[in-house]
Design a protein around this ligand. Sequence first.
Ligand SMILES: [Zn+2]
Length: 315
Amino acid sequence: MVLSLDSDEGLTDATYEDLENHISREILEKLRSLMQQQPPQQISWPVQIFNNGQFIRLTDKALVIHEDKVYKISFTPNSPDPNWEGYLTYNEISRLLTCLHSLAKPPTRYATVTEGIAYQQLYPTRQHCPTYASGKYQEEASKPSMVCGIILPIRFLEVDHQRPKSSGKNEAIMKVLRVLGLTLGRPHGAKCMQLHDCVAQALRLPEGKGIQISTFLKRYLWKENVRDAGEPLPGVIVPFVPVLAKDERPSPLWGSTTQDRYTLSVKGEIFYSVVRALAPPGYPLEAVAVHSLANLRPACGPCNKLRGKTSLKFP
Ligand SMILES: [Zn+2]
């Protein structure tokens, strides 16, 4: 398949449809064939790895390990630190891909993003009365701009890319990989902490039976009507708790350092390398990250337009 790329947005609607059906499958098929070669292979993957928000170094060779009938992929399987989890299994990679792609929406479908259940619960709509010069007084469905906090009828709100499309692609990738639990530091923003917990629950679903991970995420992230969301699953925390706008949000009292949040863990390095090395040519991970729920929020027009490099952690 040839990806149809748009220079600005990266992916068209059609190619987004293919993320799970085609791109995940292609990555996994290549990975499986690497893992099934005998003897186990050492693979050279020259992938630049994020550390402290920047590309710092190239990864070394990866190893395929076959242990207890489980195929694992590792960078340093003989690490002296016994607590150092230096590998990912085939199933973990498969599940992480589903999570990565389930969080993304095509750029031309922001209406779908804003109607999605997670977006509605994180940024709930309330009835408010704007004041008109004519003295008209009428309740309208409204939300706050998450940057300045002003409450506006939703027709005045835009979908803001928290890390901007132009200059924030790498930070957006780190933001999404953090939600997937693949950075040294956990998220500490109110939205991404909740998305992180949701993804963590999806990743813990028992394999091979019961609800599929993609069904789980579609239900809890995107199902448009709460009443149709089905019965809550055992142990599942829904709904999401609304996020406070920036002007009323206390600064986090605890949490990870910026450096740790923008540095990949060992599992993160392996997942990032697998995606970069095995995805079909032209697969824009940047677009998948920039247009991820983890990177989208409502903002008023002026806030959306004025933010640029000021919203970057590593400008
Ligand atoms: Zn604003």
